[in-house]
Design a binder for this molecule. Structure first.
Ligand SMILES: NC(=O)c1ccc[n+]([C@@H]2O[C@H](COP(=O)([O-])OP(=O)(O)OC[C@H]3O[C@@H](n4cnc5c(N)ncnc54)[C@H](O)[C@@H]3O)[C@@H](O)[C@H]2O)c1
Ligand SMILES: O=P(O)(O)OC[C@H](O)CO
Length: 316
């Protein structure tokens, strides 16, 4: 089976580099010139693309392969797919992005399934920094696909000597874990940036996990998915590492510093999407609500902490 990766940012390029250990890979980019000139992605400086990777800006050519990985930021995924005229029947479409679409309230698998219903949608998600994958450092991810036989094929196709994929059929849980952990990472970064301490971060991670699990249950996701790589695993990485862009945005907010808006930070839009869902459904998602308000500049970190700490006392 042949593979294409769409989106030559940090993650798409890193996946292509890892997959090139297994055979030829097509990497589609919106702008091919920096990749062709230097054989490097501007988002992964210093890492040279192996010869097994063919770079193209030709969408039709890249769509010829059997397994198509989409590493386009969440809020642009739907628009990108609408440029593809074919129904992609018989192909495996693997979402490699994390978030909830603001317009539809859908996650990446939901967007793929709705836009291309004749193809098989799946998701690759879990704790992983692009630079680690590109350097061949050991990484474990979740590959979720509702059709387990196809999931098994994709799992084997996309596993490499340094990238170990665990399989699941719970696409809903897998996409929610990846989306919501980014919101919690912004909250943890904000707490740390404001000097609230490690105990506050541990509380936010734990209550954030409770919020993730509660929402996932309302969508009939499996609790063990939330406790796996795509949920707890990614929450642990993103809420504790300075390398996370979501955590970095939180740090900047907590320190009242500016943040470069060109950096991909999926958790900000996802917090807004989740806040809308909470209002529509009546579900209690206090940390998503707080992060939505904080990232839109409607409240300060001090306001958020006062709000969270003054809520009625309850059972754990
Ligand atoms: N960077 C990581 O460590 C990492 C790890 C795991 C998952 N992810 C996920 O991967 C996804 C992509 O993140 P990234 O780190 O690669 O971001 P990035 O900012 O490095 O790259 C995004 C890429 O998407 C392209 N792009 C943006 N809008 C597009 C559009 N409308 N059409 C076509 N191409 C478009 C950009 O040109 C760029 O190449 C995110 O959902 C992120 O959460 C990232
Ligand atoms: O840099 P972030 O915050 O987008 O996190 C990257 C990955 O999602 C970590 O698993």
């Amino acid at each position: 089976m042949s593979v294409s990766v769409f989106g030559a940012g940090a993650f798409g390029t890193a996946l292509a580099i890892s997959l090139a250990q297994n055979g030829p890979v097509t990497l589609w980019a919106r702008d091919v010139s920096p990749l062709e000139n230097k054989r490097q992605s501007p988002r992964l400086p210093g890492i040279t693309l192996p010869d097994q990777i063919s770079i193209t800006g030709d969408l039709e050519q890249a769509l010829e392969n059997d397994t198509l990985l989409f590493s386009i930021p969440m809020q642009n995924l739907s628009g990108f797919l609408s440029r593809i005229n074919s129904d992609l029947e018989g192909k495996a479409l693997v979402a490699c992005c994390k978030g909830v679409d603001l317009r539809s309230g859908l996650g990446p698998v939901g967007i793929l399934s709705e836009t291309k219903p004749k193809a098989q949608a799946a998701i690759l998600t879990g704790p992983s920094f692009a630079a680690d994958i590109a350097k061949g450092l050991p990484t474990a991810l979740t590959l979720a696909c509702t059709d387990d036989a196809i999931g098994k094929e994709i799992q084997h196709q996309l596993s490499t000597p340094s990238l170990r994929l665990y399989r699941s059929t719970d696409t809903v849980g897998a996409e929610l874990g990846g989306a919501l952990k980014n919101v919690m990472a912004i909250a943890c970064g904000a707490a740390m940036g404001a000097g609230l301490g490690d105990s506050a971060r541990a509380a936010l991670m734990t209550r954030g996990f409770a919020e993730m699990t509660r929402f996932a249950a309302s969508r009939e996701a499996r609790p063990e998915t939330m406790a796996g790589l795509s949920g707890l695993g990614d929450l642990a990485l993103t809420c504790t590492s300075d390398l996370s862009r979501n955590y970095q945005l939180g740090l900047a907010l907590g320190r009242k510093e500016a943040f470069d808006p060109s950096i991909t930070v999926e958790g900000a839009a996802t917090a807004q999407a989740m806040d809308r869902i909470a209002i529509d459904t009546g579900l209690s998602l206090p940390i998503c609500h707080a992060v939505a308000a904080l990232t839109q500049g409607r409240v300060t970190v001090d306001d958020v902490m006062t709000q969270l700490l003054s809520r009625p006392l309850k059972e754990e």
